[in-house]
Design a protein around this ligand. Sequence first.
Ligand SMILES: *Cc1c(COP(=O)(O)O)cnc(C)c1O
Length: 371
Amino acid sequence: MPPQLRLPLRPGLAGCEPYGAPQLAMPVVLNVNENPYPPAEEVVRDIAAAVAVAARGANRYPDRDFTALREGLAAYLAAESGVTVPIEEIWAGNGSNEVMLHLLQAFGGPGRTVLSFAPTYSMYPEYARDTLTDWVAGSRRADFGIDLAAAAREIRELAPCAVLLASPNNPTGTALTTAEVEALATVARGAGPDGADAIVVVDEAYGEFRRRGVASALSVRGNHPNLVVTRTMSKAFGMAGLRLGYLVADRRVVDALRVVRLPYHLSALTQAAALAALTHRDSLMAQVASLRAERDALFDWLVAHGFTAVPSDANFVLFGVFADRHAVWEGLLARGVLVREVGPEGYLRVTVGTPSETSAFKSSLLEVTGG
Ligand SMILES: *Cc1c(COP(=O)(O)O)cnc(C)c1O
């Protein structure tokens, strides 16, 4: 028996478990919305070479302002979204999880509220908890869009410091139009604590997978200084293991984030690796186009086989509806296919994999459901 230990655990943390989807070694892993394709050999080589250069200077602290990386991210955004962003309006961290935490460290806190609309990303309440910010989740419409009138009422009533909008939303795949984003950003002006402008964060972790005709919130950000758009290299960019997330915001927002970040939070090795990966954006963007087509085909297949599937602008599809979704999840697992048990009752979420992973998923699903 170890000696007795009574930890002085913060009250809000009693009984909390660490967050995370099961990391099971399965032949077909379709549960955390990763890009199924490992980086090409030339990307691996460039990253290794860049990391070697950074390692030679590793006796020194890294560039606190990661200027070269911000330039690389700006060039990527220009190519991907056609939007020019000065580097003072870019901020990055170890995953978009970290930049989101920076936002709530700067703008949340005791007595403040962060508002979102469920079902949505299950990490959001944790950022709130970890920054002692109250968490309120309004609801979404039956089609998982956001009811603008209800949302505007909630913003005015709650005076939130921040409103978190995942678009495309996880786990539903639902994207907001830029008109909806602009409407919410406008309502949020002066509606925050003590009449401050509430920050509206559009989490575009899956932004690159949006369907044709759906615009990024980046294209309207210039009209709304309280609008923040977050992105990540974890999903479309195929670099979940790198841990690099970033955001675009008014430079006064970025200046507030610089106050709360840990000194030297982005390692020199991360900066070098991310910058090297960004030089390969053209081949990665071609891959995203094929994943988008696979996503649309998977959606059509699900519907054609009598399942309910939610139209998706992301690299996953929410589908169901099962009387016992856990049994379906387990049946798939028994066949070596790992999906995610998440979202509204009766639904499961599957990530778009390689064509062979997707066909393993389809045949397993038909077996499990007797289709
Ligand atoms: C996966 C995901 C992220 C990405 O997190 P990283 O920390 O950048 O890996 C952010 N937001 C949502 C909604 C996600 O699903």
